[in-house]
Design a protein around this ligand. Structure first.
Ligand code: KG4
Ligand code: ZN
Length: 335
């Protein structure tokens, strides 16, 4: 089954064609990141307009790259939640028109379910149930993936997402948006123990996370240095901050593995590209005899292939929509 999948929830317009949920025949992406960089973050109006400009050409490119005809497309998958509402609507309306004109099913896909499904493209042997840590720009979730379309949230952030806090610190340090990858790069030559960072614990909720205190502590450190003229060791600050995020994520995820008894852990979302986080999970899962699924960097950030992968399993579960489908800015993964 060939699914043409569309993703437009934030600042990447993406169209992919995925066969049977596991094989990306192409993964076409038009990133707007550089454009939004001028403003230090995503400008929703600009994002919607750029999606409109890019989406038709990307769909044509996907057919061209795969040598497929329109009649070879068996269904259309599309991200319909969560995300920027105007941006989502561009993808949803394009998908509706495509499904209607081709006479094929329309499959709505939850963006975070898509991030998890990126792992199905990278690992042919991965099947639910397993545990997944989702760390993206807007979400931080420890998820029990009971089945392809059955999820239970075990832990989540009480305030900022991991990616959001990376981006904020990177921005204050003058790195271009989105700064997570640049901060990770700078951290490589730094000493992760040089700057002490606070650790948040939530009473009665050992799997929940909080990044706002950590973010504020790092910002205070930077502002204090600016005021006193102290020269900061930027690589070490980046390394210390990344280490603090890593120390928040890894033990909780390992605890969730213990509680569920799962021996399979997948990581998903843009922040899964972080080198310290990847290294720490490799170390800890090896110690505990847990099989780790770390998708390649190309499948960590937003892409269309992950939506095509999840769309296949939503279709098998009977989750299709008609042309009344709407987009939603927020929606829980287990709705
Ligand atoms: O999953 P994603 O592409 O978009 C959302 O659904 O939010 O995640 C984007 C986030 C941004 O916050 C970006 O800075 C972060 O992932 N990111 C990283 C790295 N690469 C991307 N954060 C830390 N280290 C990285 N190497
Ligand atoms: Zn995403």
């Amino acid at each position: 089954m060939n699914i043409l999948a569309i993703e437009s929830s934030c600042d990447e317009t993406a169209v992919a064609i995925v066969r049977d949920g596991r094989e990306a025949l192409c993964d076409c992406i038009a990133s707007q990141a550089a454009l939004h960089g001028e403003y230090g973050g995503v400008v929703p109006e600009i994002a919607s307009r750029k999606h409109m400009e890019a989406i038709y050409a990307l769909a044509d490119q996907a057919l061209k790259e795969t040598n497929l005809k329109r009649s070879d497309i068996d269904a259309i998958g599309v991200t319909y939640a969560p995300g920027l509402i105007g941006a989502l609507l561009v993808g949803v309306n394009f998908a509706k028109a495509a499904a209607l004109s081709l006479g094929v099913p329309l499959i709505p896909v939850h963006h975070i379910r898509g991030h998890i499904a990126a792992n199905y493209l990278a690992f042919a042997d991965l099947e639910p149930p397993f545990l997944c840590l989702v760390v993206s720009g807007g979400h931080t979730l420890i998820v029990d993936v009971r089945d392809y379309t059955v999820f239970r949230i075990l832990g989540t952030t009480r305030d900022d997402a991991a990616g959001e806090s990376f981006d904020k610190i990177a921005r204050v340090l003058g790195m271009p948006y989105p700064g997570g990858a640049a901060l990770d790069q700078r951290a490589k030559t730094g000493d992760p123990r040089k700057y002490a960072m606070p650790e948040a614990k939530i009473a009665g909720a050992p799997l929940d996370l909080s990044f706002s205190g950590l973010k504020t502590a790092a910002l205070n450190l930077i502002h204090h240095a600016e005021q006193t003229g102290e020269e900061l060791d930027i690589p070490s600050l980046c390394a210390s901050f990344s280490a603090a995020v890593t120390h928040a994520l890894v033990p909780r995820t390992m605890l969730a593995l213990k509680e569920t008894g799962y021996k399979k852990l997948a990581i998903a979302g843009g922040v899964a590209a972080n080198s310290q986080i990847r290294a720490a999970f490799e170390r800890e899962t090896a110690k505990e005899g847990v099989k780790l699924y770390l998708p390649p960097l190309s499948l960590c950030g937003d892409n269309g292939a992950m939506i095509g992968a999840q769309a296949y399993y939503e279709f098998l579960a009977g989750h299709t929509a008609d042309t009344t489908l709407n987009a939603f800015a927020t929606m829980p993964i287990d709705a």
